[in-house]
Design a binder for this molecule. Structure first.
Ligand code: SF4
Ligand code: ZN
Ligand code: ZN
Length: 304
């Protein structure tokens, strides 16, 4: 079946609709949908300084590319890129090169914050010290911690990530299974429950686009990225949920959209429930936390 609109050779069949699109019609569809998401959820305003969290992978580079294109049209938006180097040998050093090259070619300020420099240990070292802990859970804590701290240092008003609909459907299901409504309240295209200057609001412009659509966009844009998967990716809870959802999607197309769309309907209730949550300053590092001591400092104590 040719492209629905111009009858050229298709490059993708859209999930759920069986609509075929050619290269230019798909790119137009993708970019329009991202712009609609930004508008619908008020993700970016005039004079925002958006720091994009990049890993060097296709999702984050596509997000950076798109937002930079937007900033070039709307001159009042400023874009920078921030990469967290967790210290994962044979993996992060490669993706770091891709990210830096991309930023250089596109004239985007590029910043790096590393686990080693900031917390004194690489993720590889941490996993040796805590052999019974799932690497992704430790990594996630320190990544979020450094992303917030550094984007605040860079005077960002928003922190953008390349999270797509697949990622969000996984997070929603993981929180449901763990009965963690406080974490669910923090999800959505614009994260967080209550505004606090110490927390830089996170935005997800690709929130309503699938992994397949994002990958196709990156491929069509010709991003020169070597496929590279984190070696720790196979041992996480998220990995199992990802597999489960992919299998369900194959059998029951529309599963992931269903999870995300129904979640969006109840999200305001979650946010309302936690809107009075107290935000303290961590006793150790002064970073914002809902407890007395933040999770990063709690983990650091365990590591000492
Ligand atoms: S897959 Fe896990 S360990 Fe690897 S970078 Fe992502 S969160 Fe960190
Ligand atoms: Zn077409
Ligand atoms: Zn702390």
């Amino acid at each position: 079946m040719p492209c629905k609109f111009c009858k050229l050779k298709p490059v993708i069949t859209l999930p759920n609709s069986k609509i075929n699109l050619c290269k230019s019609c798909f790119t137009r569809y993708f970019e329009k949908k991202v712009l609609r998401t930004i508008k619908q959820f008020s993700l970016i305003g005039k004079k925002d300084h958006v720091v994009v969290a990049v890993s060097g992978g296709k999702d984050s580079l596509s997000c950076l590319y798109f937002l930079n294109k937007l900033a070039n049209k709307r001159m009042e938006i400023k874009i920078s890129a921030l990469l967290i180097d967790e210290g994962i040998s044979g993996y992060r050093n490669k993706t770091m090169i891709d990210a830096e090259k991309f930023c250089k070619e596109n004239n985007i300020p590029f910043h790096i914050a590393s686990f080693k420099k900031e917390i004194g240990l690489t993720l590889d070292e941490i996993t040796k010290k805590l052999p019974n802990t799932i690497p992704c859970s430790v990594c996630g804590v320190f990544r979020r911690y450094l992303l917030n701290k550094y984007s605040r240092k860079l005077k960002a008003t928003k922190l953008a990530t390349g999270h797509n609909l697949d990622d969000e459907s996984q997070s929603i299901l993981m929180n449901q299974i763990r009965n963690n409504t406080a974490l669910s309240a923090r999800l959505g295209p614009l994260t967080g429950v209550k505004r606090d200057p110490r927390f830089i609001p996170r935005i997800k412009p690709f929130y309503l686009l699938t992994e397949k659509e994002t990958a196709t966009y990156a491929f069509l844009k010709g991003f020169d990225i070597e496929f590279n998967e984190c070696p720790y990716n196979t041992v996480s809870f998220r990995f199992e949920i990802r597999d489960l959802l992919n299998n369900l999607e194959l059998k029951y197309p529309g599963t992931k959209h269903g999870i995300v769309n129904s979640f969006l309907e109840i999200l305001p209730l979650f946010k309302e429930r936690y809107k009075n949550m107290e935000i303290n300053s961590c006793k150790e590092c002064k970073e914002p936390t809902s407890s007395k001591i933040c999770t990063a400092c709690f983990l650091l104590k365990k590591l000492k």
